[in-house]
Design a binder for this molecule. Sequence first.
Ligand SMILES: [Zn+2]
Length: 147
Amino acid sequence: MSITFWAPDAPRTKQQTECPICEGAGVDAYVEGLDCGYCNGRGWLDEEKSSLPEINMSNTNAWDFMARMGVTPDHCGRIPHASLSEIGPKLALIAYGLTSVFLEREPSVVGSITYCGRDHEYVVRRATEMLELVKQAQAGGYDITWG
Ligand SMILES: [Zn+2]
């Protein structure tokens, strides 16, 4: 399970990407004469891409990041544009490594759940990506949604 943060009102563009299943051939790799079922034989897929960054992370990571950003963790939600000015400085402190230690975790196993952990590099990199989304959403006047 994962959570994606994005700005749904930001402009989106359609792109054609090579089908990852048939690698652009459009044919089934195992049954001769059959079209690829994933792309319906086209060899490519239509994808819409936001003009702003989209940040995807595991639920555990997203909930911990939300808590450090001052956002009540939940499976989905919206950060209004007016609140982004409060979140940016908190993310900057993490991205600059000043408060990243609060998000760093050693790998662990709890019951049947394995936590992969988060090292300093991961925390700083993801906070930097999130900060870029916040900055661009602020500049464009957009809310940020997650789910
Ligand atoms: Zn295909």
